[in-house]
Ligand binder design. Sequence first.
Ligand code: ATP
Length: 304
Amino acid sequence: MKYVLETFDIMKRYKHSIVLEKLNMHVPNGSIYGLIGRNGAGKTTLIRLLCGLQQLTSGEYKIYGIKNTDRKICEVRKRIGAIIETPSICMDMTAKDNLKEQYRIVGLPNYDGIDDLLKLVGLENTGKKTVKHFSLGMKQRLGIAIALVGSPDILILDEPINGLDPEGIIEIRELILKLNKEKRITFIISSHYLDELSKIATCYGFINEHKIVKEIDRDELEKKFRKRIILNVSNLNECVRYLEENGLSYKVISDESIEIYEKLNISEFVIALSKRNCNINNFQEKGESLENYYLNLIGGANNG
Ligand code: ATP
């Protein structure tokens, strides 16, 4: 199955305000899907709809090919685990007791697997320590362990690294990558930390003005991010001649500056140009970022 989750013209309206309209989303199996949009764009609402916590106004969605109107949807929704906003954790209990509680809620017949879950998220040595004494990163990892109860195939994380320190961010990143790779869990992650998201996401959906305005996978995006080299040279004509002769793509910016869109062997390039009496006065390498791409997509920083 190509997509584990698809939506078809989803709409959500609260009284007089429309939050989502004609929203179409396609989450590939085994992907880490980064859901990006400004505050209030409707990411949490979308996640709540997909988890069955709120009713759609119109449209439909499929989870593993099962429509939301099908009677089997409740069964198939068990394949989704989620942390929406903050994980539901009892602060006065240990990590293990929190997991036991979740086992009871989910209706599992025994506590088999709790130790494995604790180990999976790196909390196996927390013993009698209650959660209120955990770091934020540990709490978030416990939240993920709780969401993993029942062995879901899809995990939805709403802003998973909010408030975490750099160490906590790295722990969560590594855990997500491990679960994706080793347990083949598909992730949908909403986050404002685009730089961080770009380290793990394999595809992206951008929400703006109530809908997904663009879906793109990492490879396609990386092509758009291709690096460019900006040079200031003493002899532009000779530089252009060299680039032409070698079939390299470029754009002249001014009488002295040129942008090159190819990977270059810099030392060979410098020697070749100097043989043509052309010196490089300045050299800069630039690359696009996910943030720039997002801002361009939604029409500039003012909308961000
Ligand atoms: P953030 O990034 O700030 O978490 P978000 O993209 O997750 O934002 P939502 O929380 O889904 O956005 O909110 C989308 C819009 O829907 C907001 O304008 C919000 O005020 C509105 N909204 C959310 N829940 C309700 C509700 N129960 N009743 C009325 N309006 C609501």
